[in-house]
Design a protein around this ligand. Structure first.
Ligand code: GDP
Length: 139
């Protein structure tokens, strides 16, 4: 099963991307596709469309377009739930010890990593960034 992760601009800026990727691989995820992107405002708005009415929507779009981000299509069994577990709660202050957001997040907004929150969202989000043919074969 596939899920989407985005190592966010704060983590790239702090040069934590390698450590985060190593943690994901150690947790059993296989990188099927990866791209370093600088999201446009239009892309970030579309990606976070579900949050359009939230007060944090505009600041979130500004943050996500503020610098490079590393987009990853990741595979393992039960990938969506496992990745949510590995990254921890949205607010780093509430994230469990050892989770990516606890280790590398600074605030509820600058929380180092995105992960799809359901299988349906994962399918949409992987397809948002990657064509079928861009997914590396396993093996
Ligand atoms: P996630 O699924 O854990 O990433 O959380 P959400 O889907 O609820 O929110 C999407 C992203 O919006 C989060 O990862 C944060 O970067 C940001 N965000 C969520 N809630 C807040 C908030 O209350 N304040 C701010 N500033 N940012 C938020």
């Amino acid at each position: 099963m596939l899920t989407l992760a985005i190592i966010k601009p704060d983590a790239l800026q702090a040069r934590n991307a390698g450590k985060i990727l190593a943690q994901l691989e150690a947790a059993g995820f296989v990188v099927r596709a990866a791209r370093l992107v600088k999201l446009t405002t239009t892309q970030a708005e579309a990606f976070y469309e579900v949050h359009r009415a939230r007060p944090f929507y505009r600041p979130l779009v500004t943050f996500m377009t503020s610098g490079p981000a590393l987009v990853l299509a990741l595979e393992r069994d039960n990938a969506v739930a496992h990745l949510r577990d590995v990254i921890g709660a949205t607010d780093p202050a509430e994230a469990k010890p050892g989770s990516v957001r606890k280790l590398y997040g600074a605030s509820k907004e600058r929380n180092a990593i995105h992960a799809s929150d359901s299988p349906e969202t994962a399918a949409r989000e992987v397809a948002f960034f990657f064509a079928e043919g861009e997914l590396r074969e396993l093996g």
